[in-house]
Design a protein around this ligand. Sequence first.
Ligand SMILES: [Fe+2]
Length: 446
Amino acid sequence: MQEIDSVRLGRWLNVRKLTPALAAEKAGMDVDAMRGLVDSGGTLTAAQLGRLCETLAVGAEQLRPGDGRTPTVMVQRREEMIATRRSIDRDGIHFYDYYSLPAPAGRVAPVILDILCPADHLPPLNNGHLEPALTVNLGPGPINGRWGEELDAETWRVLEAGDGDDAWITGASYVEPSYQPHTYSLASERPARIVSYTAPSGLRDLVDDCDEWSDAAFAELADGLAAGDGTPTRLATGLARRGHDAGSAAAAAGIAEDALAAALAGRGSLSPEDAMALGAALGLDYRLLLPRDAREDSLGRAFATVARSRASARRFRGHEVASMACAPHLPDLVGLFVRVDGAAPPLDLSEHGETHYLVTAGAVRVHWLDDGEGREAVLGTDDALWVAPYVRHSFDGDGALVKLGHGGVLDAGADLELDTCFRPAATLRRARRDRRGWGFDGEVVG
Ligand SMILES: [Fe+2]
């Protein structure tokens, strides 16, 4: 038998504008059985599920229940991390040992790498990956980073380690874009580890969908992006999709045609005021009509040296924190060094996104609320945490943490959607576990 989720079934009945009675008739099911599924879920035979999927034009997985409640916090002990070790050989040497940090099944988590390639061996490059990455030297020694076949100041540099009183800032950090080849070796006799967070790419769904597109359609998209050369994608496509050229759009918005034509040709950018007028006239989000902030280096990276992180140190909610590398074109990659040095503050941390913590020194106690119930755990060096979004938590004790986050379901695209949405709180509240139909679910078709 195949399990059916009542909320998901209800959602698809709404999308397809089918009442339970109409859907039952089309799927050859008993009306009361269908109502029972909509009310509280249940099971169907494979054949019944097949007919229901055909009726709703969905795949079976779109009607099956999800994984249930996501955990609030996961604690992983050092020994559990050690147990995830896998060794990688390259160039005939033991190159990396990988370890995983905790996350619920199916979620992305950072990995720790023991850098084993010795300082006198040039490390071979990898091929890069779709996922953008935030990488941090955990020390205690410095490492070499390599980002190109030819070695120069851009493609070969040292990521130093922190030391002394500031060792809670474990080392240099950097962010890198998709498909940037990279590799590491030791830069001294001292051992070194990195934590690397290859976070989900915001392009993942598009990339998956493009796999199924015709070659010609994909070339149309890619060639258009290449020719656009940094012009906001939404500007050209937004006008054309609405049947406007520069002249008619400028007239509709009451802005100068020259300025719009220049922005479309990549010879300038719209002022926020003009973008807003255009957005209001055509039904576009004006923020998508503005140019990207291209302040990354020539390989799409941004670095934070130990000195730069140290200079950013400040108090934040009872702790001392220091920033890691960041870049405006990778807005969902967030990293922070945290020094815990005191009594428990109130549960005043609550994160807009999944968050990973690794204890890098000392011992700290984490407190959190598990659906109203207070919980705590004492953590030592190399113990790690995964914390779900909007779970209240705090730390006390005497130690240091590395904190890493990515957007997940609360990424920059979702924020834009929430900020753009008409009455976002009411919309989310209504949508969560929504069992209400769109208003015609009482009718029975005879
Ligand atoms: Fe990587």
